[in-house]
Design a protein around this ligand. Structure first.
Ligand SMILES: CC(C)(COP(=O)(O)OP(=O)(O)OC[C@H]1O[C@@H](n2cnc3c(N)ncnc32)[C@H](O)[C@@H]1OP(=O)(O)O)[C@@H](O)C(=O)NCCC(=O)NCCS
Length: 175
């Protein structure tokens, strides 16, 4: 049985913990296709630009603080992609494998529905088995595989795209 996180919109004071989680993912995993740590100013710009677009940035809180965060943004810039969003979710290293990721992805469905979105995309490194399994469990279907499109830690990376339809009736609560 996984612990229940308190999921809420991120506030500015959460950004240092979001930054630490994100930079650990950059440093030690292939979940983010970058090898360069980001700064607090970068996270603040990201958070502000998400809010300016009415896009959510959610944090999952436990007794230790921010255990993870999730968000979505535009998929591609051309206007006819406006009904599609691409999301991300990252759980703090010491809290992974405890069933928390779903608690941060599920609330995104209601947020996307409220914005009139129709499709949600996840771009997942092909070797990221926990993320592939998490998304399959949440109703995402594998839409395609791009091979050798990324390079990190001195090797080629393949990325799997998964997609899920957003229903008008998605629950707004994180149930
Ligand atoms: C990927 C991530 C979001 C998943 O969240 P989580 O709370 O750790 O996921 P869960 O505990 O629900 O585990 C998800 C699934 O992976 C399985 N799993 C967990 N650890 C695993 C491992 N090391 N190898 C293979 N499967 C594993 C779980 O059994 C579960 O399977 P199920 O859905 O069939 O029951 C989280 O691990 C994370 O933030 N990882 C680092 C950053 C990242 O990869 N972000 C996602 C980018 S797309």
């Amino acid at each position: 049985m996984s612990e229940t996180l308190q999921v809420r919109d991120a506030v500015r004071a959460d950004l240092p913990q979001i930054l630490d989680i994100y930079n650990e993912v950059i440093a030690n995993t292939t979940a983010v296709y970058s090898e360069t740590p980001v700064t607090l100013a970068d996270r603040e710009n990201w958070w502000r630009s998400r809010l300016a677009s009415s896009y959510p940035v959610l944090v999952g809180m436990d007794d230790s603080g921010v255990a993870g965060f999730s968000s979505f943004g535009g998929f591609r810039a051309f206007p006819c992609y406006d009904s599609t969003v691409e999301h991300s979710v990252h759980i703090r290293a010491d809290r992974r494998g405890a069933g928390l990721g779903a608690q941060l992805v599920r609330p995104l469905f209601g947020r996307a529905a409220a914005l009139g979105k129709h499709t949600m995309i996840a771009a997942i490194d092909a070797q990221n088995e926990p993320s592939l399994r998490l998304h399959a469990r949440l109703g995402f279907e594998r839409a395609g595989l791009f091979t050798e499109v990324g390079r990190k830690f001195g090797r080629w990376l393949d990325v799997v795209f998964m997609q899920r339809r957003i229903e008008v009736s998605e629950p707004s609560a994180s149930s």
